[in-house]
Design a protein around this ligand. Structure first.
Ligand code: FCB
Length: 478
């Protein structure tokens, strides 16, 4: 596979990133692995969910996905061809503990050992995420994330994986996007397990945070050299107008989307205004003494996923582009179901998500200004577009290049402004199973033919390889 330069160098100065900046790409277990029935893997909530009518567009499932479980060597080779310095992946909990607790399944763990060894053999740094949404079904049957015990089960799982892999994996993150796991899983029902129970979703959010904190404690006790972070999905939020109602809408959505998780992890308290917004749902007695201290266990880094901006209004309805779900779902915005998501007038990706790199600048600066200092990594950023293979077998995706380039320019500007941003992971390395959207949305730098499983670098992959090789962006052609 060649990765020759896709653009001429120009006289316009490029943007070089600091030495040591991490250039990565990300995936998650359920979205790529397939092989759901082999080597003792148990059932996850996503296996169950995909089998229910109307949950996933086209009735798609990830039984095969992109067969990464069998093709991981080829995939690591692709990463090496791209020149990635790091690869973020997740571990499938039901491969390790088929029923979510107890003795671990050695065959499941061996897969990740093989994967990590393969990465290390190419000098690619493995970044391991412990939970990217594939809860063992047995734990959902016992109550799922709304049940406090699930947090303890997660800490056990984290300790198990960490005990086996911390000798060769330095960078660890706990729960990917707890907002999605709680509110898409238990409030809107767009994601597995598909429940629509706002009060349970709130408990789930707290228990996901608690799971994070307990896992951090367990891993720290085992190996103080590990670099450990939490991983949140942050949005820039704008009110549709200056009206009081729209401003309040922005406060509420920012509160539940961003501050509920950031304040808990980095300040050890939930924002009072958000607890007020939710007080009709619960007396909050599920927050027990000591929980907030556990949740705010010191971290080495914060991983953040950024995709878009929401423009919100106090009036219901609006062109729901930013928040639209592909299937019949309720609102994930518990306590704020009346809020409308309006069209901010920006170009959109194939997901209908508005493209706005200035939002990333806001998010990064806000973290630097309003929270205790902590190294930051963008653990996901990228875009779906309707890619097609040309007659010559190439995939030309200039919109994805433009998206990533704009966001990298923003990253550079944020670093210049003093934000401690230390790395960037493109979502995603390869096209894959996009949750409730099935295989219809392609986020990959690498195109995957779902019939043959053949992988082909898109022009964005070649461009990203070029960027990595130059340690930054080349000057723009005039
Ligand atoms: C994020 C998820 C990731 C992928 C991207 C598009 O919310 O973490 O798995 O679905 O969105």
């Amino acid at each position: 596979m060649t990765t020759q330069s896709t653009r001429p160098e120009t006289d316009t100065p490029g943007l070089r990133f600091p030495t040591g900046f991490v250039w990565g790409a990300a995936t998650s277990a359920y979205q790529i692995e397939g092989s759901t029935l082999v080597d003792g893997r148990g059932t996850s909530i996503w296996d169950t969910f995909c089998r229910q009518d109307g949950r996933v567009v086209g009735g798609d499932n990830a039984d095969l996905a992109i067969d990464h479980y069998n093709r991981y060597r080829e995939d690591v080779r692709l990463m090496a061809d791209l020149g990635l310095t790091a690869y973020r992946f997740s571990v499938s909990w039901p491969r390790i503990q088929p029923d979510g607790s107890g003795a671990y399944n050695a065959k499941g763990l061996d897969f990740y050992k093989r994967l990590v060894d393969e990465l290390l053999s190419y000098g690619i740094d493995p970044w391991l995420t412990l939970y990217h949404w594939d809860l063992p079904q047995a734990l959902e049957d016992a109550g799922g994330w709304p049940a406090r015990d699930t947090s303890k089960r997660f800490a056990d799982f984290a300790a198990t994986v960490h005990a086996e892999l911390a000798d060769r994996v330095k960078n660890w993150s706990t729960v990917n996007e707890p907002w999605c796991a709680a509110f898409l899983g238990y409030a809107s029902g767009e994601h597995a397990p598909g429940r629509r129970e706002p009060a349970a979703a709130l408990r789930a959010a707290h228990h996901l945070n608690l799971a994070h904190g307990l896992a951090v404690q367990a891993m720290r006790a085992q190996n103080p050299d590990s670099q450990i972070g939490g991983c949140v999905n942050l949005y820039a939020i704008s009110p549709a107008s200056d009206s009081e109602a729209d401003q309040d809408a922005a406060r509420r959505i920012d509160g539940l989307q961003n501050r509920f998780f950031l304040d808990a992890l980095l300040k050890g308290a939930y924002p009072e205004d958000v607890l007020d917004d939710l007080s009709h749902l619960s007396d909050m007695s599920f927050i027990q003494d000591g929980d907030m201290k556990t949740i705010a266990a010191p971290l080495d880094m914060l991983l953040l996923n950024y995709y878009s901006r929401f423009t919100v209004s106090g009036a219901p309805g609006g062109a729901l582009s930013a928040a639209a779900a592909p299937t019949d779902s309720g609102s994930p915005w518990i306590g704020s179901e009346h809020i409308g998501f309006v069209n901010g007038g920006r170009p959109v990706t194939a997901m209908g998500w508005e493209i706005d790199d200035t939002g990333l600048f806001e998010v990064l600066n806000r973290l630097a200004d309003e929270y205790p200092p902590i190294p930051l990594y963008i653990s996901e950023n990228g875009a779906a577009f309707d890619d097609v293979i040309g007659a010559d077998g190439t995939i030309h995706d200039p919109e994805r290049v433009a998206y990533i380039e704009a966001h990298l320019r923003t990253c550079h500007a944020a670093i210049e402004a003093g934000v401690p941003l230390q790395g960037y992971f493109a979502w995603s390395l390869m096209d894959n199973f996009e949750w409730a959207w099935g295989y219809g949305k392609r986020f990959g730098l690498v195109y995957v033919d779902y019939e043959t499983q053949v992988r082909t670098m898109k022009s964005s992959a070649l461009w990203y390889a070029d960027t990595i090789r130059h340690g930054g962006l080349l000057g723009r052609a005039q």
